[in-house]
Design a protein around this ligand. Structure first.
Ligand code: BJW
Length: 248
């Protein structure tokens, strides 16, 4: 049975967030769950496609071994995403961006739903499925510029094969994006961690950076995570129900 959602957050917590000056938010797959995007891990299981765990397909090794299969996996994911729209959690965070003296939104999600809701300057730590990146010269292009029937798309700068512009296991995060997220975490007075299992590094380090810099760290997640142990508070609820309750 679902508790009355107003009881999910205390007045004290609402006031703490409302009075914050510099806010850093890290989101994960859970923030898009209520839009219908499947999470990667949950209830002890992880996503499997064509009999392969996602850690195998979404890996640097698979780009080298079978780029066509990697395209097929991301085309399948994009096809499902086409029909999905932002949920109340994304919409609440759009309001947050103009409420504080400084606001940084970093996401591990590749679905583009924060930007679709209206968030500006989203730090996409793991890239974006709607873009391609050249395997040779790193040129980036929106996928809309290419014929969907041609895989892999051909780079218009150097003519080599392109790949999805996402960060796979064993690959480096875009350095400038991670640096800006780490700055946001270092400088914030409140850090809110929403809908991530907190097991993928280096993104999972960001709440720790905020904590060590003296911030109040709040987690929003229906489940316990490894981050719960050091967060000042965890609100156990769905992001789309909890975030609007802050009344921002
Ligand atoms: C809700 C909800 C609702 C549900 N509301 N919440 C240090 C220690 C150990 C390992 C490493 C380390 N440093 C690096 C590594 C290796 C690796 C790693 O972290 N491995 C661990 C898993 C063991 N990291 C990397 O490889 C990274 N690169 C790197 O470190 O480069 C340096 C290097 C180079 C060469 C060699 C070695 C190092 C890159 C990581 C890239 C991750 N990419 C993916 C796939 C993207 C493409 C794709 O979409 O397929 O990104 S993996 C996948 O996990 C995806 C996600 O962004 C990421 C995080 O998942 P997230 O968002 O937390 O989702 P879930 O599903 O795990 O959790 C959902 C949560 O939501 C749950 O908690 C639910 O309860 C909750 N929830 N409904 C609120 N309604």
């Amino acid at each position: 049975m679902r508790a009355n959602s107003q009881t999910l957050i205390s007045d004290d917590l609402r006031e703490r967030i409302g009075k914050a000056r510099r806010v850093f938010v890290l989101t994960g797959a859970g923030v898009s769950a209520e839009s219908g995007v499947p999470t990667f891990r949950g209830g002890g299981d992880s996503t499997v496609w064509k009999g392969m765990p996602f850690e195998v397909i979404s890996s640097a090794r698979m780009v080298v071994r079978d780029l066509a299969l990697v395209w097929e996996w991301f085309d399948y994911r994009r096809d499902a995403l086409k029909r999905l729209t932002p949920n109340p959690a994304h919409v609440a965070l759009v309001r947050w961006q103009d409420k504080f003296d400084a606001f940084t939104l970093a996401t591990q999600n590749v679905d583009g739903l924060h930007a679709a809701a209206g968030s500006r300057g989203v730090l996409e730590l793991h890239g974006n499925v709607w873009r391609a990146r050249c395997t040779r010269c790193d040129a980036r292009r929106d996928l809309g510029e290419f014929d969907e029937a041609v895989r892999p798309p051909v780079c218009i700068v150097c003519g080599d094969a392109m790949r999805p512009d996402v960060v796979l296991f064993g690959e480096m995060l875009p350095e400038d994006v991670y640096e800006r997220a780490a700055s946001g975490a270092t400088e914030c007075d409140v850090c809110v961690v929403v809908g991530t299992s907190g097991v993928v590094y280096p993104a999972a380090r960001l709440p720790e950076i905020a904590l060590r810099s003296g911030a109040y760290v709040l987690e929003v997640n229906p489940e316990q995570t490894p981050l719960s142990a050091f967060c000042h508070a965890t609100v156990h609820g769905a992001a789309g129900e909890v975030l609007p309750l802050f009344g921002i």
